[in-house]
Design a protein around this ligand. Structure first.
Ligand code: PGA
Length: 313
């Protein structure tokens, strides 16, 4: 309670004492319940009456009779103390992970494996709700700047924000084509041949696109971008239907399926990057966030590598 409010309305302890007098109907009863002396009770209630500016009760015979102002204070004190009790209970539930929400914001390419991490976590903490937001790299950076979520998953994290991170595992970007594309049967595909083929590129703001553009610039070559498509799945389907070739994270195929697609054997590929779990240094982790990080570090990585091995291309 702020000092200003306290100066006008008394302390929580004084309200507790007032309610004990109200409930027991006497100063002696309240003294017994709260293990205080009767003079302490009377003195505290006098202080409360002084800050409020009205008498709270009168002693009539040996009975405590509350004034109208006293009854008003009793009513509000009951609400205030109930609300504090509820707050205490929900904080303790959060501490024991009996309630609360885990908020994750992940780049689209990681949505293929994140659910495999969440499954066992939700099984262990069935009362924890999960909010999973998916967007491209730029959209997730915007959320990170606002500090909305507990964790962020990137494979190309922004370098200019004050974050901590753990490296998770490798994210290879591979070239794909329709399974009966002429380049598939070739022993090896040169970068020049890849660059000649119509290329399907992720949208501006995508981390996959950023990685491809950096890589091609470094190799001194230029892709023949035919279409810009805002989704890994839509790119896979477009490649499948012969619209062009592309470069995507191998995890979009391993976890998301590769029917009708084949990997091209380009000597310079894959483009190697890593997955990272990130969080803002300035954000104090909740008990749930801490439990999730422990889960990710202690068993999540192993679990995913096992899962990935099952789906090896
Ligand atoms: P994307 O991001 O899903 O936006 O392409 C992947 C990444 O951060 O590398």
């Amino acid at each position: 309670m702020s000092l200003r409010l306290q100066a006008h309305l008394g302390t929580l302890r004084q309200m507790e004492i007032l309610l004990a007098v109200y409930d027991s109907g006497s100063v002696s009863g309240a003294a017994e319940t709260l293990h205080l002396t009767q003079p302490t009770i009377s003195m505290q209630l006098k202080k409360l009456a002084d800050v409020i500016g009205f008498p709270l009760y009168n002693i009539v015979g040996r009975k405590v009779v509350f004034t109208e102002a006293g009854l008003e204070v009793v009513k509000s004190a009951t609400e205030i103390l109930d609300s504090f009790a509820r707050l205490e209970m929900s904080l303790s539930d959060m501490g024991e992970l009996k309630s609360g929400t885990l908020r994750l914001a992940v780049v689209t390419t990681s949505k293929y494996f994140i659910p495999h991490l969440l499954g066992p976590f939700c099984e262990r903490y069935p009362n924890v709700a999960v909010q999973l937001n998916v967007g491209n790299r730029q959209q997730i950076i915007e959320r990170l700047k606002q500090g909305i979520d507990d964790f962020y998953v990137f494979s190309h994290p922004p370098a200019d924000l004050n974050t901590d991170s753990i490296e998770f595992f490798n994210n290879p970007l591979v070239a794909i084509a329709q399974e009966n594309h002429p380049l598939v049967s070739q022993d090896g595909v040169s970068l020049a041949e890849l660059c000649d083929a119509p290329f399907l590129m992720r949208e501006n703001g995508s981390g996959t696109r950023l990685a491809i553009e950096r890589f091609m610039a470094k190799q001194g070559v230029k892709l023949n971008v035919k279409m810009t498509i805002e989704s890994n799945e839509a790119i896979k389907h477009s490649v499948m239907s012969g619209l062009g070739v592309s470069i995507l994270s191998a995890h979009t195929l391993a976890f998301g399926g590769n029917t009708g697609l084949a990997q091209l054997n380009v000597k310079e590929l894959p483009i190697n990057s890593n997955w990272y779990f990130l969080w803002l240094k300035s954000k104090r982790p909740s008990a749930i966030a801490q439990a999730f990080l422990t889960h990710v570090e202690s068993e999540g990585r192993e679990m995913l590598l096992t899962e990935l091995a099952k789906h090896r291309l």
